[in-house]
Design a protein around this ligand. Structure first.
Ligand code: SIN
Length: 290
Protein backbone atom coordinates (compact mmCIF):
# COMPACT_ATOMS: atom_id res chain seq x y z
CA UNK A 1 0.00 0.00 0.00
CA UNK A 2 1.13 3.56 -0.69
CA UNK A 3 0.63 6.42 1.78
CA UNK A 4 0.68 10.08 0.90
CA UNK A 5 0.03 12.78 3.54
CA UNK A 6 -2.93 15.10 2.87
CA UNK A 7 -1.69 18.05 4.92
CA UNK A 8 1.15 19.00 7.24
CA UNK A 9 -0.90 18.10 10.30
CA UNK A 10 -3.42 15.33 9.71
CA UNK A 11 -4.53 12.70 7.24
CA UNK A 12 -3.09 10.49 4.53
CA UNK A 13 -4.41 9.06 1.28
CA UNK A 14 -3.87 5.32 1.04
CA UNK A 15 -3.70 3.80 -2.44
CA UNK A 16 -2.64 0.55 -4.07
CA UNK A 17 -4.95 -1.42 -1.81
CA UNK A 18 -8.27 -3.22 -2.37
CA UNK A 19 -10.33 -3.52 0.79
CA UNK A 20 -12.78 -5.87 -0.93
CA UNK A 21 -10.13 -8.61 -0.71
CA UNK A 22 -9.53 -10.45 2.59
CA UNK A 23 -7.32 -8.25 4.79
CA UNK A 24 -4.10 -10.05 5.76
CA UNK A 25 -2.37 -9.76 9.16
CA UNK A 26 0.38 -7.73 7.50
CA UNK A 27 -2.09 -5.29 5.97
CA UNK A 28 -3.94 -5.07 9.28
CA UNK A 29 -0.72 -4.02 11.03
CA UNK A 30 0.06 -1.50 8.27
CA UNK A 31 -3.42 0.07 8.43
CA UNK A 32 -3.36 0.28 12.23
CA UNK A 33 0.10 1.83 12.18
CA UNK A 34 -0.95 4.36 9.54
CA UNK A 35 -4.05 5.35 11.53
CA UNK A 36 -2.00 5.73 14.73
CA UNK A 37 0.35 8.06 12.87
CA UNK A 38 -1.95 10.07 10.57
CA UNK A 39 -5.24 9.86 12.58
CA UNK A 40 -7.25 9.98 9.34
CA UNK A 41 -6.92 7.72 6.30
CA UNK A 42 -8.79 8.18 3.03
CA UNK A 43 -9.00 5.35 0.52
CA UNK A 44 -10.50 6.30 -2.85
CA UNK A 45 -12.39 3.94 -5.15
CA UNK A 46 -13.15 1.12 -2.72
CA UNK A 47 -16.96 0.76 -3.21
CA UNK A 48 -17.42 -1.47 -0.14
CA UNK A 49 -20.67 -3.28 0.51
CA UNK A 50 -22.09 -3.53 4.05
CA UNK A 51 -20.23 -6.75 4.88
CA UNK A 52 -16.90 -5.42 3.58
CA UNK A 53 -17.46 -2.20 5.54
CA UNK A 54 -17.93 -4.20 8.76
CA UNK A 55 -14.92 -6.42 7.95
CA UNK A 56 -12.79 -3.29 7.69
CA UNK A 57 -13.96 -2.25 11.17
CA UNK A 58 -12.62 -5.55 12.51
CA UNK A 59 -9.11 -4.41 11.54
CA UNK A 60 -9.32 -1.82 14.32
CA UNK A 61 -11.85 -3.23 16.80
CA UNK A 62 -15.45 -4.41 16.93
CA UNK A 63 -18.22 -2.47 15.23
CA UNK A 64 -20.60 -0.91 17.73
CA UNK A 65 -24.27 0.03 17.40
CA UNK A 66 -24.75 3.81 17.58
CA UNK A 67 -27.47 4.03 20.26
CA UNK A 68 -28.84 7.23 18.63
CA UNK A 69 -28.57 6.22 14.98
CA UNK A 70 -28.88 2.44 14.72
CA UNK A 71 -28.99 0.97 11.22
CA UNK A 72 -31.81 -1.19 9.98
CA UNK A 73 -31.56 -4.98 10.33
CA UNK A 74 -29.53 -6.98 9.46
CA UNK A 75 -26.77 -4.37 10.08
CA UNK A 76 -27.67 -2.20 13.11
CA UNK A 77 -23.98 -1.18 13.32
CA UNK A 78 -24.29 0.77 10.05
CA UNK A 79 -25.74 4.28 10.29
CA UNK A 80 -26.98 5.73 6.99
CA UNK A 81 -26.30 9.45 6.76
CA UNK A 82 -28.60 10.75 4.05
CA UNK A 83 -29.48 14.28 3.01
CA UNK A 84 -32.04 14.52 0.21
CA UNK A 85 -31.66 17.20 -2.45
CA UNK A 86 -34.64 19.24 -1.19
CA UNK A 87 -33.73 18.95 2.51
CA UNK A 88 -32.96 22.43 3.83
CA UNK A 89 -32.49 21.40 7.49
CA UNK A 90 -29.12 21.11 9.16
CA UNK A 91 -26.81 18.29 8.24
CA UNK A 92 -25.83 15.32 10.41
CA UNK A 93 -22.42 16.10 11.90
CA UNK A 94 -22.60 19.75 10.77
CA UNK A 95 -20.60 21.16 13.67
CA UNK A 96 -17.18 20.33 15.14
CA UNK A 97 -17.47 17.15 17.21
CA UNK A 98 -16.02 13.80 18.08
CA UNK A 99 -18.49 10.98 17.66
CA UNK A 100 -20.58 10.15 20.74
CA UNK A 101 -18.19 11.70 23.27
CA UNK A 102 -21.11 11.83 25.74
CA UNK A 103 -21.16 8.04 26.08
CA UNK A 104 -19.39 6.36 28.96
CA UNK A 105 -17.43 4.37 26.37
CA UNK A 106 -17.11 6.53 23.25
CA UNK A 107 -15.99 4.72 20.08
CA UNK A 108 -12.29 4.63 19.27
CA UNK A 109 -12.86 5.44 15.61
CA UNK A 110 -15.27 5.52 12.71
CA UNK A 111 -15.31 4.43 9.07
CA UNK A 112 -17.39 6.41 6.59
CA UNK A 113 -18.13 5.13 3.08
CA UNK A 114 -19.38 7.48 0.37
CA UNK A 115 -22.32 5.96 -1.52
CA UNK A 116 -23.66 9.00 -3.41
CA UNK A 117 -21.99 12.41 -3.36
CA UNK A 118 -22.90 15.84 -4.77
CA UNK A 119 -20.95 17.04 -7.83
CA UNK A 120 -19.28 19.61 -5.57
CA UNK A 121 -19.51 20.49 -1.89
CA UNK A 122 -20.30 18.10 0.97
CA UNK A 123 -16.66 17.95 2.12
CA UNK A 124 -15.62 16.94 5.64
CA UNK A 125 -13.08 18.82 7.76
CA UNK A 126 -10.84 17.06 10.28
CA UNK A 127 -8.68 18.62 12.98
CA UNK A 128 -5.69 17.05 14.76
CA UNK A 129 -6.26 17.40 18.51
CA UNK A 130 -2.73 16.26 19.38
CA UNK A 131 -1.22 19.23 17.54
CA UNK A 132 -3.91 21.44 19.08
CA UNK A 133 -2.81 20.36 22.57
CA UNK A 134 0.91 20.72 21.84
CA UNK A 135 0.44 24.30 20.63
CA UNK A 136 -2.08 25.42 23.25
CA UNK A 137 -0.76 28.40 25.26
CA UNK A 138 0.65 27.31 28.65
CA UNK A 139 -1.98 29.11 30.80
CA UNK A 140 -4.74 27.22 28.98
CA UNK A 141 -2.77 23.97 29.27
CA UNK A 142 -2.61 24.56 33.02
CA UNK A 143 -6.41 24.92 33.17
CA UNK A 144 -6.82 21.49 31.58
CA UNK A 145 -4.07 19.43 33.18
CA UNK A 146 -5.68 16.72 35.35
CA UNK A 147 -9.07 18.29 34.62
CA UNK A 148 -12.20 16.49 33.50
CA UNK A 149 -14.63 17.89 30.96
CA UNK A 150 -18.37 17.33 31.24
CA UNK A 151 -19.96 15.95 28.07
CA UNK A 152 -23.71 15.90 27.39
CA UNK A 153 -25.52 14.48 24.34
CA UNK A 154 -27.58 17.60 23.83
CA UNK A 155 -28.71 16.99 20.22
CA UNK A 156 -30.10 13.66 21.32
CA UNK A 157 -31.47 14.60 24.71
CA UNK A 158 -34.40 16.55 25.99
CA UNK A 159 -33.02 19.79 27.36
CA UNK A 160 -31.43 21.19 24.24
CA UNK A 161 -33.06 19.26 21.40
CA UNK A 162 -33.64 21.63 18.45
CA UNK A 163 -37.16 21.99 17.03
CA UNK A 164 -38.15 19.13 14.75
CA UNK A 165 -38.03 21.22 11.56
CA UNK A 166 -34.38 22.10 12.27
CA UNK A 167 -33.31 18.52 12.85
CA UNK A 168 -31.35 16.74 10.17
CA UNK A 169 -32.09 13.08 9.43
CA UNK A 170 -35.61 13.52 10.82
CA UNK A 171 -36.96 10.24 12.10
CA UNK A 172 -33.77 8.27 11.59
CA UNK A 173 -31.88 9.43 14.67
CA UNK A 174 -33.43 8.70 18.04
CA UNK A 175 -34.16 11.77 20.15
CA UNK A 176 -35.46 12.54 23.62
CA UNK A 177 -33.39 10.03 25.56
CA UNK A 178 -32.92 11.33 29.13
CA UNK A 179 -29.82 9.14 29.34
CA UNK A 180 -28.14 11.33 26.70
CA UNK A 181 -28.64 14.37 28.95
CA UNK A 182 -26.64 12.78 31.76
CA UNK A 183 -23.35 14.48 32.47
CA UNK A 184 -20.36 12.28 31.62
CA UNK A 185 -16.89 13.19 32.86
CA UNK A 186 -13.89 12.46 30.61
CA UNK A 187 -10.30 13.72 30.99
CA UNK A 188 -9.56 16.85 28.97
CA UNK A 189 -6.30 15.30 27.78
CA UNK A 190 -6.02 11.77 26.42
CA UNK A 191 -2.70 10.12 25.60
CA UNK A 192 -2.63 7.90 22.52
CA UNK A 193 -1.86 4.34 23.71
CA UNK A 194 0.62 3.61 20.87
CA UNK A 195 2.28 6.89 19.94
CA UNK A 196 1.99 8.36 23.45
CA UNK A 197 1.04 11.73 21.97
CA UNK A 198 -1.33 13.62 24.28
CA UNK A 199 -4.33 15.31 22.67
CA UNK A 200 -7.26 17.52 23.58
CA UNK A 201 -10.52 15.66 24.17
CA UNK A 202 -13.33 18.19 24.02
CA UNK A 203 -15.64 19.50 21.34
CA UNK A 204 -18.19 22.31 20.99
CA UNK A 205 -21.12 19.98 20.25
CA UNK A 206 -21.03 17.88 23.42
CA UNK A 207 -18.61 19.48 25.92
CA UNK A 208 -20.61 21.59 28.34
CA UNK A 209 -18.29 22.73 31.10
CA UNK A 210 -15.07 22.07 33.00
CA UNK A 211 -15.40 19.87 36.05
CA UNK A 212 -15.54 22.09 39.14
CA UNK A 213 -16.82 25.12 37.21
CA UNK A 214 -20.29 26.23 36.14
CA UNK A 215 -21.29 26.54 32.49
CA UNK A 216 -21.02 30.34 32.70
CA UNK A 217 -17.53 30.16 34.26
CA UNK A 218 -16.41 27.57 31.71
CA UNK A 219 -17.78 29.29 28.58
CA UNK A 220 -14.98 31.80 27.86
CA UNK A 221 -12.30 29.20 28.62
CA UNK A 222 -13.93 26.53 26.46
CA UNK A 223 -14.56 29.03 23.67
CA UNK A 224 -10.93 30.05 23.42
CA UNK A 225 -9.69 26.44 23.61
CA UNK A 226 -12.16 25.33 20.96
CA UNK A 227 -11.26 28.19 18.69
CA UNK A 228 -7.63 27.12 18.97
CA UNK A 229 -8.50 23.41 18.49
CA UNK A 230 -9.80 23.94 14.98
CA UNK A 231 -7.26 26.43 13.61
CA UNK A 232 -6.73 25.83 9.87
CA UNK A 233 -3.12 24.75 10.54
CA UNK A 234 -4.37 21.65 12.39
CA UNK A 235 -6.99 20.75 9.77
CA UNK A 236 -7.45 19.08 6.45
CA UNK A 237 -10.49 19.09 4.21
CA UNK A 238 -11.45 16.01 2.26
CA UNK A 239 -13.54 16.01 -0.91
CA UNK A 240 -15.51 12.85 -1.40
CA UNK A 241 -15.96 10.71 -4.49
CA UNK A 242 -18.37 7.79 -4.71
CA UNK A 243 -16.79 4.63 -3.31
CA UNK A 244 -14.28 6.51 -1.15
CA UNK A 245 -13.66 5.37 2.43
CA UNK A 246 -12.40 7.46 5.36
CA UNK A 247 -11.18 6.00 8.65
CA UNK A 248 -10.49 8.25 11.64
CA UNK A 249 -9.26 8.16 15.20
CA UNK A 250 -12.14 9.48 17.27
CA UNK A 251 -10.14 10.25 20.42
CA UNK A 252 -7.48 12.40 18.71
CA UNK A 253 -9.52 14.34 16.15
CA UNK A 254 -12.63 16.42 15.64
CA UNK A 255 -14.57 16.57 12.39
CA UNK A 256 -17.19 18.75 10.70
CA UNK A 257 -19.52 17.89 7.81
CA UNK A 258 -19.86 20.93 5.53
CA UNK A 259 -23.50 21.70 4.63
CA UNK A 260 -23.08 23.46 1.29
CA UNK A 261 -24.77 21.21 -1.27
CA UNK A 262 -28.46 22.15 -1.25
CA UNK A 263 -30.10 20.78 -4.41
CA UNK A 264 -28.01 17.60 -4.40
CA UNK A 265 -28.40 14.27 -2.64
CA UNK A 266 -25.61 12.87 -0.45
CA UNK A 267 -25.62 9.37 1.06
CA UNK A 268 -22.91 8.00 3.36
CA UNK A 269 -22.69 4.85 5.49
CA UNK A 270 -20.91 5.03 8.85
CA UNK A 271 -19.73 2.43 11.32
CA UNK A 272 -17.91 3.17 14.56
CA UNK A 273 -15.63 0.66 16.25
CA UNK A 274 -14.51 0.02 19.81
CA UNK A 275 -10.74 -0.58 19.28
CA UNK A 276 -8.77 1.23 21.98
CA UNK A 277 -10.97 2.09 24.96
CA UNK A 278 -10.97 5.51 26.62
CA UNK A 279 -9.37 3.71 29.56
CA UNK A 280 -6.41 2.77 27.28
CA UNK A 281 -5.93 6.49 26.65
CA UNK A 282 -6.23 7.36 30.34
CA UNK A 283 -3.94 4.67 31.72
CA UNK A 284 -1.38 5.07 28.92
CA UNK A 285 1.93 6.43 30.19
CA UNK A 286 5.16 7.15 28.28
CA UNK A 287 6.83 4.03 29.69
CA UNK A 288 4.02 1.85 28.18
CA UNK A 289 5.18 2.72 24.64
CA UNK A 290 5.86 -0.31 22.45
C1 SIN B 1 -20.11 12.40 10.78
O1 SIN B 1 -20.18 13.33 11.56
O2 SIN B 1 -19.70 11.31 11.10
C2 SIN B 1 -20.55 12.62 9.35
C3 SIN B 1 -19.49 13.24 8.52
C4 SIN B 1 -19.95 13.47 7.11
O3 SIN B 1 -21.07 13.11 6.75
O4 SIN B 1 -19.15 14.03 6.35
Amino acid sequence: MNIHPISGSIGAVVTNIDLKNPISDELTADLRGALDQYLLLTLPDQHLNATQHLNLCEVFGSPIVNPYGPGKPPHPELTHIIKEKDDDAGVFGGGWHTDLSFLEEPPSGSILCAIEVPPYGGDTLFSNQQTAWETLPDPLKAMLDDRKIVHVGKPYGIKWAPPLEEQSMKGSTLRNDPNADRERFHPAILRHPKTQRPGLYLNPTYSLRLDGMSEAESRPILDSIMQHATLPEFCCRISWSAGMVAIWDNFSTQHYAVNDYFGFRREMRRASFSGYSIQDYISSRPQDAS
